[in-house]
Design a protein around this ligand. Structure first.
Ligand SMILES: Cc1cc2nc3c(=O)[nH]c(=O)nc-3n(C[C@H](O)[C@H](O)[C@H](O)COP(=O)(O)O)c2cc1C
Length: 337
């Protein structure tokens, strides 16, 4: 029988499935349901800089106004409650006390001061690790990419100086070189990376000629980006790798670990299939390991990363050129002539 245990961010996990931050991890009932279903750890929904700056009432007004405009898409959020920052800390501490599995707190701040101050406060709740959630879209054409990177690395430096718990970083894929950013953050003290954050993209309704906020869950193909960067970073950048975005099936978990991940985060899968899905996917994953003769996760982790892949170009540009030059494949109705 396969041994599903893994270590990640300095924590011992009974299996590699982590419930990622979402509204499902902002509610005690759903958190308990995820634990009962067998997940290895949970990441509590992020504390956002807006919660800290605006305070409870103003944030509630802002978001309720938004919700009433966007009701159909947003109804996926269970028992939405917009806590102020102090309430959030209490809630995280309660979640930690109520669960047996490791609990990770998440912070999404903007200024270096807020990152450091609230990381320290979150760490004091007794959580097992922190996840820094870098989620921001650059909107200023005068701001250089290197300045944005410096700011993000500086935030990690500041946080790692004030907390003793392990600090992981959930990264955006939109850096010129995510591997270099990871290297710098690891040097600053980050113990690992969640690849990647998923940005919700606004849309335009062509009929009403108005912008609309589309709240959609991940689709299967989206896991190729985290898969590729996990394989590129594995063994070449210090720190544990956790693959996230469209990890939906046991085969997806297997792929991510073959690429070098120590664990995966899942969110969409639980929204689609319910909290019990962890039990199903873990049992399928265990059967996959048995079928493939893998006794432990380390038996096959990283076997297909960039260092070990039989085809060293598999994760690089050559593969892209090869696909485009092939004449035997087709897209839709047309062969790739
Ligand atoms: C309703 C909802 C709320 C989310 N809230 C957070 C959050 O508070 N912090 C965070 O880092 N990510 C948040 N996410 C993003 C998820 O953690 C995850 O990165 C994303 O959904 C991609 O993973 P998936 O394909 O398994 O869904 C949220 C996602 C959803 C669907």
């Amino acid at each position: 029988m396969a041994d599903l245990r893994t270590t990640c961010f300095g924590l011992d996990l009974k299996n590699p499935v982590i419930a990622g931050a979402s509204r499902l991890t902002a509610n005690m009932e759903t958190l308990k349901g995820l634990e009962a279903s067998g997940v290895g750890a949970v990441v509590i929904a992020s504390l956002f800089e807006e919660q800290i700056r605006l305070g409870h009432d103003r944030l509630e007004d802002l978001l309720m106004g938004f919700d009433s405009r966007e009701q159909p898409e947003i109804s996926i959020f269970p028992g939405m409650a917009y806590a102020g920052p102090e309430e959030h800390l209490e809630w995280v501490s309660k979640a930690k006390r109520s669960l047996e599995i490791p609990v990770v707190a998440s912070l999404n701040a903007v200024t270096a001061e807020t990152w450091a101050e609230w990381a320290r406060k979150l760490a004091q709740t007794g959580v097992d690790a922190l996840e820094l959630n870098f989620y921001a879209t650059p909107v200023d054409p005068d701001k250089k990419g290197s300045d944005i990177e410096d700011e993000h690395v500086n935030a990690v430096v500041r946080v790692c100086k004030v907390v003793t718990v392990p600090v992981a970083v959930k990264l955006s894929p939109f850096y010129a070189n995510p591997l270099h950013v990871m290297k710098r953050m690891a040097e600053a003290g980050a113990c690992g990376f969640v690849l990647f954050n998923r940005f919700f993209q606004p849309d335009i309704d062509a009929e009403t000629e108005k912008p609309r906020f589309v709240f959609d869950l991940s689709e299967a193909e989206e896991n190729r980006l985290p898969l590729r960067f996990t394989a590129l970073a594995s063994g070449r950048v210090k720190g544990d790798l956790v693959a996230s975005t469209a990890v939906l099936t046991a085969a997806d978990i297997a792929k991510m670990i073959l690429a070098g991940a120590k664990a995966v985060q899942m969110v969409t899968a639980f929204y689609r299939h319910g909290l019990d899905y962890a039990g199903t996917v873990l049992s399928d994953f265990s059967s996959w390991m048995d079928r493939h003769g893998h006794r432990t996760i380390e038996d096959f982790r990283g076997r297909l990363d960039k260092r070990h892949a039989e085809d060293p170009h598999a994760w690089e540009r050559a593969q892209y050129v090869r696909i485009l030059m092939r004449s035997d494949a087709s897209v839709g109705r047309y062969p790739l002539l």
